[in-house]
Design a binder for this molecule. Structure first.
Ligand SMILES: NC(=O)c1ccc[n+]([C@@H]2O[C@H](COP(=O)([O-])OP(=O)(O)OC[C@H]3O[C@@H](n4cnc5c(N)ncnc54)[C@H](OP(=O)(O)O)[C@@H]3O)[C@@H](O)[C@H]2O)c1
Length: 267
């Protein structure tokens, strides 16, 4: 671990998708709380802009690593870079992810397979790589960004909802496995949030995004950070989202699936 300018120990958090949206807001919260950062995303310019923004305000170091998590070798490359630079990771935030709206029979398979690679496989791979050193140190935190989409099937966005169900299930199972290890795992499950997500997923006209008001990414990040530091297993920001997620646990699956379809349809 490197030293702070005032001589105390520094810890480092790795944030995937740290150049924009919820990931950038999480990076800002971490910086305000004194963590050095490693930000990962595809576009180097956006990463450098994010790093400059954060370093201009907080006395922390921000490293950037441009990587495309659609590529299977990306997690290993990130891990090797940090290992070679002797930067241990105390906090892993698997935030990068994207969605795609539309009838499954008509959507583009390539984008859906890439989505599975980013939302599921890269998240799993990064956790596999960064967890053992945390367990060895008996200290560490993993925050996996799932979604309220994790709580029910999602017609018209079927692969995305299923990918987030994986993230939630995986995180809860891991959290239980690691109960006495000193390492915590949290699944953050935001509802609709104002970022580039809806545009990328082509769902800006869905009832979910156009009618039901979306949250501020900074508020979601603040909530997620606190939940992670408390070791909360499943963190759902916002009372409305909490109620819907809880109701989905008890309502018949056929009904929650129909309601999700109505929410995903265009106005
Ligand atoms: N916004 C919402 O309504 C909402 C709700 C629930 C859950 N979530 C989840 O929150 C997470 C963050 O989403 P967001 O809303 O902040 O979206 P966003 O504004 O689109 O930001 C996505 C971030 O991920 C990076 N990214 C995308 N594809 C990548 C790839 N292949 N490799 C590496 N980095 C990649 C992007 O940078 P580059 O483009 O430069 O790679 C960007 O930094 C996602 O997991 C999403 O599913 C979002």
């Amino acid at each position: 671990m490197r030293s702070r300018r005032n001589g105390t120990q520094r810890q480092t958090a790795l944030v995937t998708g740290g150049s924009g949206g919820i990931g950038l807001e999480l990076a800002k919260v971490l910086a305000r709380n004194g963590y050095d950062l490693v930000l990962v995303a595809r576009k180097r310019d956006a990463l450098e802009a994010a790093a400059g923004q954060i370093e201009g305000k907080q006395d922390v170091n921000v490293h950037v690593f441009a990587a495309d998590l659609r590529r299977r070798e990306a997690p290993e490359a990130i891990f090797d870079f940090l290992h070679n630079e002797n930067i241990p990771i105390e906090i892993l935030i698997n935030n990068a992810g994207f969605g795609l709206g539309g009838e499954f029979a008509e959507t583009e398979l390539t984008r859906e397979l890439e989505m599975i690679q980013v939302n599921i496989a890269a998240l799993t791979h990064l956790t596999k790589l960064f967890l053992p050193p945390m367990i060895k140190a008996k200290s560490g935190r993993v925050l996996n960004v799932a979604s309220t989409a994790a709580f029910q099937p999602g017609p018209l966005m079927a692969v995305y909802y299923a990918s987030k169900a994986y993230v939630l299930s995986f995180s809860e199972a891991l959290s239980e496995e690691l109960r006495h290890s000193g390492v915590t795992v949290t699944a953050l499950c935001p509802g609709p949030t104002r970022t580039d997500f809806a545009t990328t997923a082509e769902v800006t006209n869905s009832r979910l995004f156009s009618l039901f008001g979306s949250a501020d990414a900074g508020d979601v990040a603040e909530y997620g950070y606190r939940a992670m530091m408390d070791g909360t297993r499943v963190a759902i920001p916002g009372i409305k989202n909490k109620i819907v997620a809880q109701a989905n646990r008890f309502a018949p699956r056929a009904i929650t699936t129909k309601i999700a379809r109505i929410a995903q349809e265009s106005r």
